[in-house]
Design a protein around this ligand. Structure first.
Ligand SMILES: [Zn+2]
Ligand SMILES: [Zn+2]
Length: 108
C-alpha cells in the first residue's frame, strides 16, 4: 500500500478510526483518536490499514482501497475471522496472539 496514499487518508480523516462496523461497542463510526507513528502498535493509539478487496477477473482479488482502523476494531474483526489488517503480517501476528490470550482468560 502506497505510503503517501496512507498519509493523505490520514489527513482526510483527522487521524481517527474509520470503522463503522457493528458489534464493536461504538455507535456509528468509531472515531478513536490515533497516533500516526503508532501504526502496527498494540496500544490505545495503535492502528493499521484494513484492505478492501474487489474482483480483478477470474479467481482474482485486487485491493481496491483501504481504511485506517484502530487496533481495538481490528481485534474485534479478527476475532470474527477478518484477517485483512495490515500489510506486513506483524499486526496479524499479535492479533492472533491476543486472541490466544483472550481464549486463555476465558478458560480460567
Ligand atoms: Zn476503531
Ligand atoms: Zn469498530
Amino acid at each position: 500500500m502506497n505510503e503517501w496514499a496512507i498519509r493523505d487518508r490520514w489527513k482526510e480523516i483527522d487521524g481517527r478510526c474509520e470503522c463503522s462496523d457493528g458489534g464493536h461497542g461504538h455507535e456509528g463510526r468509531c472515531y478513536r483518536k490515533l497516533t500516526f507513528v503508532r501504526r502496527g502498535y498494540n496500544c490505545r493509539e495503535g492502528w493499521d490499514i484494513k484492505k478492501e478487496y474487489g474482483h480483478g477477473g477470474v479467481n482474482r482479488r485486487i485491493v481496491t482501497g483501504f481504511k485506517i482502523i484502530c487496533m481495538e476494531c481490528l481485534r474485534n474483526n479478527y476475532q470474527k475471522g477478518d484477517v485483512s489488517a495490515g500489510n506486513d503480517g506483524k499486526t496479524n501476528a499479535f492479533l492472533r496472539q491476543s486472541v490466544v490470550e483472550n481464549g486463555k482468560d476465558a478458560e480460567t
